[in-house]
Design a protein around this ligand. Sequence first.
Ligand SMILES: NC(=O)c1ccc[n+]([C@@H]2O[C@H](COP(=O)([O-])OP(=O)(O)OC[C@H]3O[C@@H](n4cnc5c(N)ncnc54)[C@H](OP(=O)(O)O)[C@@H]3O)[C@@H](O)[C@H]2O)c1
Length: 321
Amino acid sequence: MRAIVYHEYGSPEVLELQEVQRPTPTEDELLIKVHAVSVNRSDWEGLVGKPFYARIGGLRRPSSRVLGSDIAGRVEMAGKNNTQFRPGDEVFGEMGDYHGGFAEYLCTRGRAWALKPASMTFEQAAAIPQAGVIALQGIRTKGRVQPGQKVLINGAGGGAGSFAVQLAKLDGAEVTGVDNAEKLEFVRSLGAEHVIDYTKEDFTKNGKQYDLILDVIAHRSVFDYSRALGPGGSCLVVGGSVATLFQFLLLGPWIRKTAGKTLKILMVQQNREDLVSITRLCEAGKIIPVIDRQYPLSEVPEALRYLGEGHAKGKVVITVE
Ligand SMILES: NC(=O)c1ccc[n+]([C@@H]2O[C@H](COP(=O)([O-])OP(=O)(O)OC[C@H]3O[C@@H](n4cnc5c(N)ncnc54)[C@H](OP(=O)(O)O)[C@@H]3O)[C@@H](O)[C@H]2O)c1
């Protein structure tokens, strides 16, 4: 089968389209024929090997040769212990280890996967899993947004951010979206009342405060975030610099005790219930999985470059012929 393979961390040039062995499912796995796979920042991080957490499992060289984690495809074969889906089923979901998707076939247990709604294309379904579930857990399950609350989303114009802005609006929040100038009109079109260009203004230094900050690309100190939170407010960080994540781990509990504000890392739990829940909102037209661009499998390097260089508005999706 064809797959996009890499052997070292680096720029998109290290990626190559190659013929590789088709994987064979164990008795617990499904063999999936991939129809579409979306591109996430986690793929970019896995490509360049930064932040440092992207090297977990492969300090000097990538542990897995194929990136790609958000898949929509058809079950080709099911191991005898895997009874949740049958051959022919159209399914979608996220790879547990964020690898394997930029290929024509892959194997997965599919524990957190679901049947693809018939009304959705493979591309639309592939756009949902990682970004949609981050938004659902960040805004609803862990963020517990209430109508009228002030919510700020940092990285609002990207994959997870574009779902989070729409969901926070749906739940009645007043939303501020932060991203680069090129994406601010897009962020407004998703429903944000206020937008901030991060290259011009630091949202932690303008005197405004929020009930919830959801940051998908955090790099500030915990004290900056604490200052930008109103009384009893919460800040959830999803990804970003290792220094910031460490500060959240070490100082978050202390700030909670002394200032009554919650600063936590959102450890996203992949699960079918949340995937189905966010997908139902998409099916109902309440949330739109915005696809900025589509590329064929052979152009994964261009797709990753487009995202990595900061142009992607919403999601970028690969169609696998
Ligand atoms: N915690 C967990 O369990 C978990 C699970 C899965 C994924 N993750 C992480 O979640 C994150 C998801 O990101 P995503 O896929 O939504 O990324 P994305 O699509 O690349 O979106 C990130 C957005 O942030 C913008 N941005 C960059 N620097 C910024 C800054 N300093 N201030 C404000 N915005 C900035 C980017 O714009 P430009 O770069 O274009 O300017 C982009 O629009 C990744 O870091 C991933 O590793 C975490």
